[in-house]
Structures are given as C-alpha cells and as structure tokens.
Design a protein around this ligand. Structure first.
Ligand SMILES: NC(=O)c1ccc[n+]([C@@H]2O[C@H](COP(=O)([O-])OP(=O)(O)OC[C@H]3O[C@@H](n4cnc5c(N)ncnc54)[C@H](OP(=O)(O)O)[C@@H]3O)[C@@H](O)[C@H]2O)c1
Length: 315
C-alpha cells in the first residue's frame, strides 16, 4: 500500500513549464531556474506523440491549458458542452468535440483509447456562492461516466480536479441536512456552507476515482486566480494543503500538463497552491467575485437554453 507521505515540496521548474509560461506572454521566468539535467524530448510545437482529452474545455483553466498543451506538442481533444465557446477554435492539432459528462456516449465518442491518450478532467460546477446547493451529483456521476467511457475505450490514465476548499467543508462537518450555522457571514465563510453539496460531491468523486483501477492523479487546486503565471507553485502530496492560498490559472494548467509524461504522482492526491495568500492579491474581493460568477453563469444558462431550443426546432 502506498505510504501517505506528508511532504510539501517545490515543483522542479522544468523547461517545459517555463516555456509554457512564456508562451502566455505574461511572465518571463529567470533562465537560472532551468534545470540542465532535464532534457526535453521534443522542441516546442513538435508532435509529442501524446493525445490529451480535456474535459471542460471552456473552463477558465482550459484557456491556458489548451495553448500550453499545443505548445508542448500534444494532440488536443477539447470536450465542451458549448464547443463554440472554446477559446481557441483552430489549430492543426486541435479537435473540438461536443460533450456533456452526464452523457457517457458523448465522452466515449471523444476518446480513441490507447496508452498515449490522457484524459484531463477540469470540469466543475458553475455556482453562485450566495445560493445554497445542499446536494448535487455533477462530479460523482459525471466522473463515473468518464471512467466508464474510458474503460469502454481502453484508456488508462485519468487526471481529475477537485478543490482544497473541500477540506474546510469536511472540517466543519457540513452535510446536506446541516442546519444553517448562526452568525456566519459571507465574509466568514458562509459560502462553504452554501456550496457543501458540490464539495461533498467532489469528495465522493475522489473515492470513486481511487476505486476505479485506472492510473489516476487527483489535483486539488487552491483558489484559482486569473493572473499572469508566477511559477511559485507548491505541491502537497496525499495530505492537507494550507488554507487561503491562491494559484494562478496558467501555473495550475502547467502543473497538470507536466504530469502527462510522468509517472511521479500516479495514484496520488496533489494539492496545488503557492505561498501567495488570498490577502496578498488585489482582486480577491468577495462581492466582485460573486458578480463575475453570476455573469458567467447567466451566459452559460442562456447558451444552454438557446442550444436546447435549437435542438427542439431541428427535430
Ligand atoms: N475557480 C476556482 O477558484 C477553483 C478552485 C479550486 C478548484 N476548482 C476546480 O478546478 C476545476 C477548474 O476550475 P475553473 O475555474 O477553470 O472552472 P470553470 O471556469 O468554473 O469552468 C467549469 C467548467 O466545467 C464545465 N461543465 C460544467 N458542467 C458540465 C457538464 N455537465 N458537462 C461538461 N462540462 C461541464 C463548464 O462548461 P460550461 O462552460 O459549458 O459551463 C466549464 O467548462 C473545476 O473542477 C473547479 O471546480 C476551481
């Protein structure tokens, strides 16, 4: 049995991670952190021989992951329930496929199977943290469907995403039927209570993945921020991650992609965070974040309603 190691380590910043960050055009890492012992197997943009299937290709993470994966030379299959919203629409190694995790057949259709194909699931719930969601099965049922689709197609390697925020919901013991705690305000963490359904569902999903028999890695990012990459990411392996930390979207995407060609963390649960606290970044304001999430959710709901209406008209 794998020993549960309580270790925190700095990720080695390989040239691949560095170039991926550079490619976003947002930050130049110092050449001094390049590790001369790490030999890149291919030059930027050359075919890597890997096919990554990104489920949740309209996620904010995907906006960085897709270009980074293409830069790394991977063939990319972008699976989205709103394919027309995938940020990059055209590249010789990019295929965009319509897929919903509640529809196993749509996921199966995106997979070709084989050892060189890695399924990277970054989908997650679209939420307004001021609204209570006591229960949901998006993550547990959706990931069950992904696992079944992979088994049907002969895929082995699955990366999934949950969240470090799950730890706090577990610590507070919030369940579907937990009465609303007295005196908890939005600022003091009412959103943990409101979103107890999604977080408990993520925990359930982690259990399903661990029992799947697949070669998995569970990634638990800290609060994700739409800021330039900082390259200051830290990992925890099979243990808790410090609270109130942030990780930039491009850094998180790079950390996940770094594992495409590695066996280092297979079977592990990886916390991805940084030493940057939520108190140290300017744009963590609860009300602003809620406004943005509501706007995103409104766009998603309008798109899905229009798509459903178009499908009905076509019948
Ligand atoms: N944002 C954070 O601070 C944070 C922190 C910790 C962990 N996480 C987790 O990290 C992952 C990536 O986060 P993110 O912020 O990049 O995600 P995001 O921007 O919130 O996007 C969520 C993605 O999931 C997709 N999705 C939702 N329901 C789906 C369904 N039934 N079938 C297929 N796709 C579906 C959405 O598609 P549509 O665009 O069509 O809605 C979207 O692509 C998620 O698992 C999230 O829960 C996020």
């Amino acid at each position: 049995m794998k020993t549960f190691i309580a270790r925190t380590l700095r990720v080695r910043q390989t040239p691949n991670v560095l170039f991926a960050a550079l490619m976003t055009g947002l930050l130049a890492f110092s050449a001094s952190v390049m590790d001369s012992t790490t030999v890149r197997a291919h030059e930027p943009g050359e075919p890597s021989g890997k096919r990554v299937v990104i489920i949740g290709a309209t996620a904010r993470t995907a906006n960085y992951m897709i270009p980074q994966a293409l830069w790394r030379g991977h063939e990319v299959v972008a699976v989205a329930r709103r394919p027309y919203r995938v940020r990059i629409q055209k590249h010789p190694r990019l295929t965009i496929v319509k897929g919903d995790v509640y529809d196993q057949a749509s996921i199966e259709a995106a997979l070709s199977g084989g050892d060189n194909e890695i399924v990277i699931s970054i989908y997650g719930p679209r939420v307004d943290p001021t609204i209570e969601i006591p229960e949901t099965d998006l993550m547990s049922q959706g990931t069950t469907n992904i696992i079944n689709a992979m088994k049907a197609k002969g895929n082995r390697r699955l990366f999934v995403t949950t969240s470090t925020a799950m730890q706090e919901v577990v610590r507070r013991g919030y369940k579907a039927d937990t009465p609303k705690p007295e005196g908890v305000t939005a600022a003091s963490g009412l959103w943990f209570y409101n979103l107890r359904g999604p977080y408990n569902d993520m925990l359930k999903m982690e259990g399903i993945v661990k029992e799947s028999g697949l070669d998995f890695i569970i990634f638990r990012p800290a609060q994700l921020m739409e800021e330039p990459p900082r390259g200051n990411f830290l990992l925890t392996v099979n243990t808790e991650t410090p609270n109130r930390r942030v990780i930039m979207y491009p850094d998180f995407a790079a950390v996940m992609l770094e594992q495409v060609s590695s066996n280092q963390y297979i079977g592990d649960t990886i916390g991805v965070y940084s030493n940057t606290s939520m108190d140290d970044v300017e744009n963590v304001d609860f009300d602003t974040a809620v406004r943005k999430l509501r706007a995103m959710k409104a766009e998603v709901d309008a798109d899905l309603a229009a798509d459903a209406a178009a499908e009905r008209d076509a019948e």
